[in-house]
Design a protein. Structure first.
Length: 527
């Protein structure tokens, strides 16, 4: 993976240089990969305010489907419509617009087989608790957060991408609006020199062009872009405090610009309950606006600080949770899943770092432990770093990206390897409410994680009834810190122990090394 990402990094830099240039109207290519991006560029009105005055969309018909895709104004008289074909074959399109010069345009494209690395967008898996790419490949989430990395200088962004090319992360949480010192700070047209002197009805296309370039570069590295639409950390500019009509326009604009990229996820807000100018009814309404504006139906979530959003609402695809204590053991993690009835990602669990804030001085060992407990609980966990020479998180990986200083990332790469070798679509909590502390797949695969405990042996007792539970297993000792896999000699052959459990009477226990951060893996073998 590292080699592939490094090779792709050079390619995506070249792509980004082309896409960040000012757009011109041009004929769209007639062939595109399935789940790729087909773009229509049209020249239209420049007068007035095209962001408000002109509506544009195209209806795509193919594979027995009809999909209406909104377009957007990209400045300099250029209008764009972006479509990601969900199926192979011929798609015909016809434009609709309030401007006569843009209406009634027609064309067609052919969606061909996806190329290497194109597995389609990530969806919730059929079981309802995990994720998979559109081609069926499981998506094992190992995420990180760099709030304003996409808004930094080109050199700093290149450094972040280089770091990601050698890191295990496959999802990046990133803000649209800046929250720390950044090079790009004006998503809207400026009207004066004051922090709130901007026009909410006029976007700055260059700002969004730059941002989508970063989305594309993440996509070339196989990384999902978890796009955070609002946040409460910028009271001076007030981008998250717009009126409803302005919010609606903003959501429709970003959905039209970004939604066709298959690696896009939508996070409506970070710490939504700290944005005092919006009510719960406002958030529910904005989600409905987003759903209607996004024909590509990308994943959607909401992140909190104190009050959980109701993740069971139909427009939420997965729970995004801030809670460090919930992944201090697997049982608390599992309870979140049991209540959400959807995939759970603990996107914020306190950060590895050295700052004085209690949310930014976690040890690498504790960061890795949270990932493992989340996994055993059938959930997913997110990472970030707050190492900063001035003890200020703004300039850290969390705030601006750049390079990693901590020690958790290699251990998370080891964890990702274990996940990818595990069951499909993912690890399930196994009778968690009966305190077994096991994750995996019943009667086939088990993980047991001991965290900071240092046991010297473990009773190999598995829950199970009936003949299907009488399996044989090989056992591996996983040192999650030193990243080693040590096979245990022989096979454990399960027999009935009592009405609820099975155990090998000849080998009732397995010896352990008596040190922290150890896990066990049991994999079924033929007897």
């Amino acid at each position: 993976m590292k080699i592939t990402r490094r090779n792709m990094l050079a390619q995506t830099m070249a792509i980004g240089a082309a896409t960040s240039a000012p757009a011109i109207a041009a004929a769209a290519p007639r062939t595109v990969e399935r789940w790729g991006v087909f773009e229509i560029a049209l020249e239209g009105p420049r007068e007035g305010n095209p962001f408000v005055d002109v509506t544009l969309a195209a209806v795509f018909e193919g594979a027995g489907k009809s999909i209406r895709v909104p377009g957007f104004y990209d400045g300099d008289g250029v209008y764009r419509i972006r479509f990601s074909p969900p199926e192979l074959g011929t798609w015909r399109w016809r434009s609709e617009s309030s401007a006569g010069v843009l209406a009634g345009k027609t064309g067609e494209l052919t969606a061909v087989a996806p190329g290497k690395g194109n597995r389609g967008p990530v969806r919730v898996s059929k079981d309802g608790y995990h994720f998979a790419y559109a081609d069926g490949t499981p998506f094992r989430q190992i995420g990180t957060t760099c709030y304003s990395w996409a808004l930094q200088s080109d050199a700093k962004c290149a450094e972040t991408l280089k770091t990601l090319a050698g890191a295990p992360f496959n999802k990046m949480r990133m803000l649209v609006f800046p929250n720390v010192p950044s090079v790009a700070t004006n998503p809207f047209a400026r009207t004066g020199d004051g922090p709130r002197d901007w026009d909410s009805a006029r976007f700055d296309p260059a700002y969004f062009r730059r941002y989508e370039d970063r989305i594309q570069k993440l996509g070339a590295l196989g990384i999902e872009a978890d796009v955070i639409l609002y946040h409460p950390y910028d009271e001076k500019r007030g981008y998250s405090d717009m009126k409803r009509a302005d919010d609606e326009r903003y959501l429709r604009y970003v959905a039209a610009r970004f939604g066709a990229y298959r690696n896009v996820w939508w996070a409506m807000a970070n710490e939504y309950d700290n944005i005092e100018t919006k009510t719960m009814e406002d958030w529910d309404h904005l989600f409905q606006v987003l759903v209607a504006a996004d024909p590509h139906d990308r994943p959607r979530s909401m992140h909190q600080i104190n009050t959980y959003y109701d993740h069971r609402k139909p427009w939420i695809t997965h729970a995004s949770v801030q809670n460090g204590a919930a992944v201090l053991d697997d049982l608390r993690a599992e309870l979140h899943r049991a209540f959400a009835l959807k995939p759970v990602i603990f996107d914020e669990v306190v950060y590895e770092g050295n700052i004085a804030k209690r949310w930014g001085n976690l040890s690498a060992e504790d960061m890795v432990q949270r990932f493992w407990f989340g996994l055993i609980g059938g959930c997913y966990v997110g990472h970030s770093e707050t190492f900063a020479a001035d003890r200020n998180a703004d300039g850290s990986w969390l705030g601006q990206g750049g390079s990693l200083s901590g020690h958790s990332a290699p251990r998370l790469a080891f964890l990702r390897r274990i996940m990818e070798e595990g069951p499909v679509p993912g690890v399930e909590p196994i009778q968690a409410w009966w305190n077994y502390h096991l994750g995996g797949q019943q009667n086939a695969y088990y993980l047991r994680y001991f965290g900071a405990e240092q046991p010297t042996e473990w009773p190999v007792v598995l829950p199970g009834k009936g003949p299907e539970s009488l399996q044989s297993y090989r056992v591996d000792i996983l040192d999650t810190w030193n990243m080693t896999v040590t096979p245990v000699d022989g096979v454990f052959r399960m027999a009935k122990k009592n009405d609820y459990d099975v155990q090998d009477p000849a080998r009732p226990t397995v010896k352990l090394p008596g040190k922290p951060w150890i896990a066990l893996r049991l994999v079924k073998v033929q007897a």
